[in-house]
Design a protein around this ligand. Structure first.
Ligand code: NOJ
Length: 573
């Protein structure tokens, strides 16, 4: 049972708090006290996602790296983010951009060394930024030593028991053990080479799923977590948090989607929660409020289970990310339900509009179906309206960053960067593209992973010191380069800098939201001394009298008027 929008309000929140305190006892009471006293940094942090391959290249090999990231930390500090989340940089054959880990305790030579990572961490900490690293527990790479040993060991051996090996069906075991499908397309089982058994992979065949019923798997990950905590990382982003435990017997199941979310016996099983509770106990042993954020792609009602007081601190808000439509009512509904849901367990809400798995915000909102999530965009797809998408993305930034809770920014979002929408097949690297080859409209995720433009006139647009870039950058990226925006009033980068400055000044992340009814196409609310208005329509609307304009997502040509697809922050008088 979850609270609905009409219940949202201070009084009801305290009632929820009371009942939670009785449910969860001192842990919940302690966490709300900490929130009130300003501790628990993750409750209102702005967290910036770095996709290491594409952020900045220090050595000119065309691949982003630790040295590149470290050299750009002053940029991130100036932007005003509180934390950096690094997508995987561990030793990996890079079949899935590093989400296929061969050694969880080593930095891939592509990105540098452990020493380089430690320098990055120290430098970030000196600039008062936290560092969160990715943890990939659902599967390893097939090049992980455990899987290699498993392949050399007989069926039924202890080495195979760390993964999910099964005999096939059919007279000679020639059919997969069940009918499960990979998230990336095709069947979720591959045959162990030269062998009668099959192994499960919910993603690519080079990403075998671990068996979380095996105590060795649990101990190993506890050790990996400690390895990084000891080095001083501030938290973990937990990949595929809904997938570790599978229903016993691995029953056949038809693929079902509920509001775009996959459901079935391989997802969201009760057993995952004990794992997160054990990890939380480990985190609590270390000083400095270490945290976990769940990438739990689960039906809305299940999300709070991952952020109970003794599990993770945050979960990505997929309802907000996956919202389709450019519609005031829809946004209001999802904001209310997200806050009410998180409040049921005393956790902060997160606000996410982009990441390395989805079409970039500025392109998504420029489609004829705004906000729609295609599986990548290619030259034969409908091409988004770049100007309209950017305009809406800027307005959306003023909405998102004004909401109480923790907000995520995906690298390049602060530049208003669009998707690469015409990337040729020969450059594509995403396994989702290869596993669906030939299927109309499935281009995969490379278009949002293209290296960032730092300098419009430099080779590789300043991504690195050479002209190499692991994915080609579209010509349009020069216009979005950091050096084209820095110091330019009204640029998206300067807009973001102001947004984050005011977010701090007005303590928006730890504030309270109060809706104001302002007409069908408009969202309006107060957060402390700030009034926020977003005009989702196309017609000008009158601004309320008496407020002083602090920031607007577009220049306000006529005073007292808020144009369509524009947002404004007013200081309440
Ligand atoms: C979610 C990650 O964000 C995505 O990039 C990856 O492909 C899958 N998990 C599998 O690890």
């Amino acid at each position: 049972m979850f609270l609905r929008r009409k219940f949202l309000g201070t009084t009801v929140m305290s009632a929820v708090a009371l009942s939670l305190a009785s449910l969860y006892g001192s842990a919940y009471a302690a966490s709300t006290q900490a929130a009130q006293s300003g501790a628990e940094w993750w409750r209102n942090a702005v967290i910036y996602q770095v996709y290491p391959r594409s952020f900045a290249d220090g050595n000119g090999d065309g691949m982003g790296d630790m040295a590149g990231i470290t050299s750009r930390l002053p940029y991130l500090a100036r932007l005003g983010v509180n934390a950096v989340w690094l997508s995987p940089f561990y030793r990996s054959p890079q079949t899935d951009g590093g989400y296929d880990v061969a050694d969880y305790r080593a930095v891939d030579p592509l990105f540098g060394t452990l020493g380089d990572f430690e320098r990055l961490l120290k430098d970030a900490h000196e600039r008062s930024m936290k560092v969160i690293v990715d943890l990939v527990p659902n599967h390893t790479s097939d090049e992980h030593a455990w899987f290699q040993t498993a392949l050399k060991s007989p069926p039924g051996s202890a080495e195979r028991a760390r993964y999910i090996f099964r005999d096939g069906r059919g007279e000679n075991g020639e059919l997969p053990p069940n009918n499960w499908q990979s998230v990336f397309g095709g069947q979720a089982w591959s045959r162990a080479p030269g062998d009668k058994q099959w192994y499960l992979h919910l993603f690519d065949s080079k990403q075998p799923d671990l068996n979380w019923d095996n105590p060795q798997v649990r101990t190993e990950f506890e050790d990996i977590i400690r390895f990084w905590l000891k080095r001083g990382v501030d938290g973990f982003r937990v990949d595929v948090a809904q997938g570790l435990v599978k229903a016993s017997g691995l029953p056949d199941a038809e693929i079902k989607r509920e509001n775009g979310i996959l459901v079935g016996p391989m997802w969201d099983q009760e057993g995952v929660h004990e794992i997160y509770r054990s990890w939380r106990r480990i985190l609590n042993e270390y000083p400095g409020e270490r945290m976990m954020v769940a990438e739990a792609v689960v039906p809305t009602g299940s999300r709070p289970n991952y952020i109970r007081p003794d599990e993770m601190q945050q979960a990505f808000n997929f309802d907000y990310l996956l919202l389709e439509g450019w519609d005031a009512g829809k946004f209001r509904k999802v904001i209310d339900s997200s806050m009410a849901l998180a409040a049921t367990v005393g956790a902060p809400t997160t606000w996410v509009t982009s990441n390395h798995d989805v079409v970039r915000t500025a392109s998504r909102y420029g489609q004829s179906k705004p906000g729609h999530h295609p599986r990548g965009i290619g030259a034969t797809s409908e091409q988004p309206d770049e100007a309209l998408g950017l305009r809406r993305a800027r307005a959306l930034a003023l909405l998102t960053q004004a909401l109480p809770g923790s907000a995520y920014i995906y690298q390049g979002e602060e530049l208003g960067l669009p998707e690469h929408t015409t990337l040729e097949a020969k450059y594509r690297q995403d396994p989702e593209f290869f596993r669906n080859k030939g299927k109309e409209g499935i281009f995969g995720r490379d278009g949002c992973r293209v290296p960032l433009p730092w300098k419009a006139d430099a080779p590789s647009l300043g991504f690195g010191p050479s002209d190499k870039s692991w994915l080609p950058q579209p010509a349009a990226y020069a216009r979005y380069a950091v050096d084209r925006q820095e110091g330019v009033s009204g640029s998206t980068l300067e807009l973001y800098r102001q947004i984050l400055q005011l977010r701090r000044d007005y303590k928006l992340g730890s504030g309270q939201l109060h809706w104001i009814d302002a007409g069908q196409d408009v969202l309006a609310f107060d957060n402390g001394d700030l009034r926020v208005l977003i005009n989702f329509g196309t017609q000008d609307m009158a601004l309320p009298a008496g407020g002083h304009v602090l920031l607007s997502s577009e220049p306000l040509q006529e005073s007292g008027k808020l144009p369509g697809n524009t947002a404004v922050w007013l200081k309440r008088s």
